[in-house]
Design a protein around this ligand. Structure first.
Ligand code: PMP
Length: 371
């Protein structure tokens, strides 16, 4: 049988595994940081209307520049991000994964490197490799926060072309302060191998769940800073595949050089526009999830777990001598959480109150058995 490695694939892809959390059919799935609430019925109906309209014109290519959608995303960011942005500063793609891919195709690539502080979102490294960008793993402190001095030292030593800062960070849930972003931005510009500096990508996929305000205002006057966002989490629309960025208009112009023409289908644009009409309702679910996230933190501590403070819609908990065995034991109780390979720790996504109760019961049972 022919295997991948028998094919003439690129050397750097040999022996690698594709990204993917197990999609298992269990009663309680809290492993992929999805929003547990289905879209409300009035929104589902509105999507039907918008998509029907779009269907009448499916013989035509979509708006290549997604102008209406970018206008509405800019309005949303201006309303909630503490900083006014225009559609010229916003770009959208099929999930923030594609946003990140377009950024790396534009600012990374062969002979260039990207640096991120791990453990963090593993796709930063995987998309780097996929775009031929060298990946450098930067350090985190033992409590998973960023140690600014150690981070600056890594930047000075490796001089990356692209720097990833994930806040709130997946899988740890930790967020960074504006001061830290500014210090690392300056360090990246000072160390950059080229005269135009280094691109800093602030991944705020979980921004809406944070206790702190968005770091969006930092893009003002910093053309090499990009904030990346998604509708997969706060908008409860992981199936939609809609991510976006906010940055200087020049960054938006630059990604045009690599984006595929008509990358965002008319159906996607219509659906995202319908969801944006229902922003207020969807943000109420975010508030409920934040409350549940805080409850998970408190109750896990009461049970006797160690918990990393979380600004996201998930919580990192431990510590387990054998975290994979603990993952399996929780799964045996019907609850799927995530083993991200961080030794001693697991991650649970905040679900509905009933799902979270089931999860907490499962952890209690597992801890009791192990005593
Ligand atoms: N960034 C981070 C930190 C994430 O955790 C995720 C999804 N797990 C993404 C980006 C990508 O999300 P999407 O492509 O669904 O927008």
């Amino acid at each position: 049988m022919t295997g991948i490695d028998d094919l003439p694939i690129r050397d750097e892809l040999r022996g690698k595994s594709p990204y993917g959390a197990p999609q298992l059919d269990v009663p309680v799935r809290l492993n992929t940081n999805e929003n547990p609430y289905p879209l409300p019925e009035p929104l589902v109906r509105r999507i039907g209307e918008r998509v029907t309209e779009a269907a009448r014109e499916l013989n035509r290519y979509p708006d290549r520049d997604a102008v209406e959608l970018r206008t509405e995303l800019a309005r949303y960011l201006s309303r909630t991000g503490g900083h006014t942005v225009t559609k010229e500063q916003v770009w959208a793609a099929n999930g923030s994964n594609e946003v990140i891919q377009q950024l790396l195709q534009t600012f990374g690539g062969p002979d260039r490197t990207a640096l991120g502080f791990e453990p963090s979102y593993s796709m930063h490294g995987l998309i780097s490799r996929g775009t031929g960008t060298g990946w450098i793993s930067g350090p985190r402190a033992d409590d998973f926060t960023l140690d600014v001095e150690a981070a600056k030292a890594a930047i000075a030593a490796h001089r990356p072309d692209v720097l990833f800062i994930c806040s709130p960070n997946n899988p740890t849930g930790t967020a960074v302060e504006a001061d830290t972003v500014l210090a690392l931005y300056e360090a990246a510009q000072a160390a950059a191998p080229g005269p135009a500096g280094a691109l800093v990508v602030l991944d705020e996929a979980y921004g809406e769940f944070s206790h702190r305000p968005s770091l969006l205002p930092l893009i003002e006057g910093r053309p090499n800073l990009v904030v990346s966002r998604t509708m997969s989490k706060a908008f409860g629309a992981a199936g939609l595949r809609l991510g976006y960025l906010a940055a200087d208009p020049a960054v938006v112009d630059a990604v045009q050089l690599v984006r595929l023409p008509y990358h965002l289908s008319s159906v996607t644009q219509a659906t995202a526009l319908a969801a944006l009409e229902h922003t207020d309702t969807l943000l109420k679910y975010v508030e409920q999830l934040k409350t549940e996230r805080d409850r998970l933190v408190t109750e896990l501590r009461t049970i006797g777990c160690e918990v990393t403070p979380s600004d996201a819609n998930f919580v990192q908990f431990g510590r387990f001598e054998d975290s994979h065995a603990a993952w399996q034991a929780i799964l045996d109780q019907g609850v799927l959480v995530r083993d991200n390979g961080v030794p001693g720790w697991l991650r649970v996504t905040a679900g509905t109150p009933a799902e979270n109760d089931a999860f907490l019961d499962a952890v209690r049972a597992v801890l009791k058995e192990s005593k």
